[in-house]
Ligand binder design. Structure first.
Ligand code: TGC
Ligand code: FAD
Length: 388
């Protein structure tokens, strides 16, 4: 008899019936509609974003944990489980959902006016409008406080100049939430496709997150009415609050990629014969599988604890960093180790572990690099910021 690599701690017994049902529905969609296509998307370096939007919307995956404005209002744990099932197919797909719901929609939901929420959120929840979130710049990634993009007030309008870089979905987005420096601090603006002075060139030749569309946001004297500014925030707390949400989704998502890698490696090891018997029957193989499975099971329990804290409104930003740092590191190690079990077959697109490992290099870097999360945790432990 064999066990699922996620079953070793009876994790499922800690979930409610509703959470299990939601996870199953997402897994069903992921297996039927995403998994059969993902190799081709990754190979071609593209994603049919406009088609996927309404499908994810119908499933309630966009802005899943937001209340009102036709958003599903699911629990944080349910949202985490959905991220895990989606990223079990590919990190690029979870990114699609994260950027739409946890970054672009969350920014509007949390910092937007009533009019802005009513105008954008229902269409974004349905996947009719795609959103992106522009914080990073060519010279300001880990340190967004050093951003150069500037918004200058001119009567009832703002004039935006600057460049955002590495922005998921910018070339296909209908709506971009863009952060800029102002005379008094920082501000977020909702830009719409087609506005003059607002362009979104695509970034090509990526070796990671290929089933995801990435681009720039170029602002060249882009004039925006004040009604497009997010009125409730004028400090860097604006974007950083949104990052907590997306980082939370990654805590679960990355473990989906790890689980899929491990399932793939176990299945392969069962059927591959080396030196006259099954690869899975060797002690070295079993040691690898056992170690990976223990790390995965521990990590999922941590994710669940953080999710339960989030549902109680008690999750602190440094705790999100604990989960993001752990999940991305563990998942990357697992994906690479699983690739070793597949031998040469593991370097092809036919098997998922190396695709996951390639993707996880991006996941390790975006939403705060591993080093940033070490520094955030270090600050929580010592009371001393060591960022600068
Ligand atoms: P600092 O002076 O500490 O704080 C500035 C203001 O922000 C508040 N704050 C937070 N608020 C909520 N949540 C957090 N996690 C917060 N961290 C800080 C803080 O209270 C203060 O508020 P106020 O109102 O008093 O001014 O800021 P700092 O400049 O020292 O920076 C701290 C640091 C380095 C931790 C932060 O800059 C950081 O996290 N850097 C990493 C940048 C990052 O993660 N970028 C991600 C871009 S988006 C992306 O990658 C999308 S990937 C696609 C996908 O998700 O799939
Ligand atoms: P840098 O900040 O230049 O870091 C380079 C290295 O220096 C890293 O190892 C870092 O940890 C280290 N470092 C930096 N500061 C310190 C320090 N104080 N001490 C020690 N080491 C340090 N951004 C968005 O705004 N929106 C998006 O939708 C988005 N999508 C992305 C999609 C992909 C595929 C990728 C790869 C990135 C995306 N990003 C997005 C950007 C991402 O958030 C940044 O790449 C990330 O924040 C790191 O910034 P950087 O690349 O400029 O690296």
């Amino acid at each position: 008899m064999t066990s699922s690599p996620l079953d070793l701690t009876s994790f499922n017994s800690l979930l409610s019936d509703e959470e299990r049902m939601l996870q199953e529905a997402m897994a069903d969609f992921a297996n039927k509609s995403l998994k059969p296509n993902v190799q081709e998307w990754f190979d071609n370096g593209t994603l049919p974003a406009k088609e996927l939007g309404p499908q994810f919307g119908q499933l309630g995956a966009l802005g899943m944990h937001l209340e009102g404005y036709e958003c599903p209002g699911a629990s944080a744990v349910a949202y985490g489980l959905a991220c895990m099932e989606i990223e079990a197919v590919d990190s690029g797909l979870r990114s699609f959902v994260s950027v739409q719901g946890s970054l672009a929609m969350f920014a509007i939901h949390h910092w937007g006016s009533e009019e802005q929420k009513e105008k954008y959120l229902p269409k974004m929840a349905a996947g009719e409008y795609l959103g992106c979130f522009g914080l990073t710049e060519p010279d300001a990634g880990s340190d967004p406080a050093s951003m150069k993009t500037r918004a200058t007030r001119d009567g009832d309008e703002w004039v935006l100049n600057g460049t955002k870089m590495w922005i998921t979905n910018s070339p296909v987005a209908d709506v971009a939430v863009v952060w800029a420096r102002t005379e008094d601090g920082f501000a977020g603006f909702i830009l719409e496709k087609g506005m003059e002075g607002f362009t979104t060139p695509e970034i090509h030749k990526k070796l990671s997150l290929r089933a995801s569309i990435t681009g720039e946001i170029v602002l060249d004297n882009c004039r925006v009415p004040d009604s497009q500014r997010l009125p409730k925030i004028d400090t860097l707390r604006g974007p950083l609050t949104c990052l907590n949400e997306a980082r939370y989704g990654i805590i679960w998502g990355a473990l989906g990629a790890a689980r899929d890698s491990l399932e793939t490696a176990i299945e392969y090891a069962q059927t591959r014969e080396v030196f006259g018997k099954s690869l899975s029957s060797y002690q070295l193989t079993q040691a690898k599988l056992a170690n990976m499975s223990v790390e995965l099971n521990k990590s999922v329990l941590l994710a669940l604890q953080l999710g339960r804290l989030k549902d109680k409104g008690e999750l602190a930003p440094h705790q999100v960093s604990v989960g993001k740092l752990n999940s991305t590191g563990v998942a990357l190690e697992i994906a690479r180790e699983c690739r070793t079990l597949l031998g040469a077959s593991g370097i092809t697109l036919e098997y998922s572990p190396l695709r996951h490992a390639n993707n996880l290099e991006s996941v390790l870097t975006y939403e705060g690099t591993a080093e940033m999360h070490q520094l955030i945790i270090g600050q929580a432990l010592t009371g001393k910021g060591a960022f600068r």
